[in-house]
Write a protein that binds this ligand. Structure first.
Ligand code: GUN
Ligand code: FE
Length: 452
């Protein structure tokens, strides 16, 4: 009886489902019925099985949501690298290259987050914007501030997004007014931050240890952060090999290291729970080390072009067996949408192909879709829980409507389902994201124009 009552809470979706697997970057499944119980996907079967599923699971027509012919469901998108604290600069201040950009625009902006009211104002907008744009999971950088970073965790938790939240660590080569004052303080605050985020006891929100990048972190700080991450079994995120001047600088700052990657590796910062953003300028040896350690790569093509860091050869990284996901890297990138990140990854790959051999394999739109979903899940070491529509995974999903009111997508009568999916990837936007689900909860419903 109790089993039956629980099962009548099941939500059932009927229509087209689109996702990726290890073997296939884009699988389109029309005429399917999916059952979601509590947070997880309980079954996914052909529509022919509907009557038998009703009998088995005890749900009725009132539990079923029928998609229209212009709708499909896809996994929630995953932003593997975004600076929540840089949102005020989205769409401005892109005239300088990375190192000058940091000193001139970024550090002053992040310093404002000592103001907790401002932090709440900005972070609320960030999380709402990302959810509207279909980002169900994000790996966030906050700032060095303990209180502000706690607020980011609270806001994400309140709004129901899945996320890794990082309090930034940095104490040199940055302004007096925006740096941690000692390794001791850095570790104490970071440990308190980890404990705080864990105390929320959310299955969705976790802390991530966040040394900004090697130039702002002396050896003893990096080593202590590596120990802290190991002590708490935390994820780790940072930047790696983003620009050539940065790589040269790291050589000067760490003359003993074999490479930039070796700096992090020597400090025990590289594991299957580590996410490294950019990775444009890696040597083959560095790729080998990252692969050995199981590190995930966050590809941020908008940022890499906007502040002219370089064109990352994702084919080379994928061929080396590295896990690759997409990031927006706001505000190095100007657009807080993983749809944009997919498009930019395709444009960058096309541009690289222009002066390569004929047989250079450009990234396909299907691969971009996989990087945005399953690839991101792998990068964040969450592929056992999210990333596609396998049974027993958490239901993080988007209901896409390619004919939504005001939509920028032009659909014609001869379009196939695959055309509709491809048109969404290239020309869709938040107007086409009708509903957003995280862990089985409907977080956003465009029809009701509000966030739940
Ligand atoms: N390297 C160190 N800090 C940053 C940052 O805030 N943005 C980007 N894109 N690269 C960095
Ligand atoms: Fe970044």
């Amino acid at each position: 009886q109790s089993k039956l009552r629980a099962r009548s809470d099941m939500e059932v979706f009927v229509g087209i489902f689109v996702h990726s697997t290890e073997d296939n970057p884009l699988i389109i499944m029309p005429g399917m019925v999916m059952g979601v119980l509590n947070t997880k996907i309980e079954f996914m079967e052909s529509l022919e099985e509907l009557d038998h599923l009703k009998a088995e699971y005890g749900f009725t027509d009132s539990n079923i949501h029928y998609m229209t012919p212009s709708q499909f469901m896809m996994p929630g998108m995953i932003d593997t690298h975004i600076h929540a604290s840089q949102f005020p600069n989205n769409g401005v201040a892109m005239d300088l290259p990375l190192l000058e950009w940091l000193q001139t625009y970024t550090f002053p902006t992040e310093a404002n987050f000592s103001d907790t009211l401002f932090a709440r104002e900005v972070y609320s907008k960030v999380v709402e914007r990302l959810l509207r744009n279909g980002t169900t999971t994000a790996a966030y950088f906050g700032t060095i501030h303990l209180e502000g970073s706690k607020i980011l965790a609270d806001v994400v938790h309140d709004k129901g997004q899945r996320a890794l939240i990082g309090k930034v660590n940095m104490m040199r080569n940055c302004p007096e007014y925006y740096r941690e004052m000692s390794v001791q303080e850095s570790i104490r605050d970071t440990e308190e931050f980890i404990r705080y985020v864990r105390s929320i006891q959310s299955p969705l929100v976790q802390p991530i240890v966040t040394p900004r990048f090697a130039p702002t972190c002396p050896e003893d700080q990096l080593a202590s952060l590596g120990q802290l991450a190991a002590k708490y079994g935390c994820h780790i995120q940072s930047h790696l090999c983003e620009t050539q001047p940065e790589c040269n600088w790291v050589k000067e700052l760490f003359p003993w290291a074999k490479s930039y990657t070796d700096v992090y590796d020597s400090m025990r910062l590289l594991s299957e729970k580590s996410v490294m953003a950019h990775c444009i300028w890696l040597t083959d040896d560095e790729i080998y080390t990252l692969r050995e350690r199981g590190v995930g790569i966050s590809h941020c093509p908008n940022s890499n072009v906007s502040i002219r860091s370089g064109l990352c050869d994702i084919r080379r990284l994928l061929n080396s067996g590295l896990k690759v996901g997409l990031g927006t890297d706001c505000s190095g990138g100007y657009c807080p949408s993983i749809l944009d990140s997919m498009r930019q990854s395709l444009q960058v790959s096309n541009i690289l192909a222009l002066d390569r051999d004929q047989d250079y394999q450009r990234i396909t739109y299907k691969e971009a879709f996989r990087m945005a979903t399953l690839g991101g899940a792998k990068v964040l070491n969450m592929e056992d829980r999210i990333g596609n529509f396998e049974i027993d995974k958490e239901f993080d999903a988007l209901l896409i409507d390619v004919s939504a009111p005001g939509s920028a997508i032009d659909i014609f009568s001869k379009d196939t389902v695959e055309d509709k999916v491809q048109k969404f990837i290239y020309t869709g936007d938040d107007r086409n994201i009708a509903r957003v689900y995280v862990a089985g909860h409907r977080i956003l419903d465009l029809h009701n124009k509000n966030l739940h």
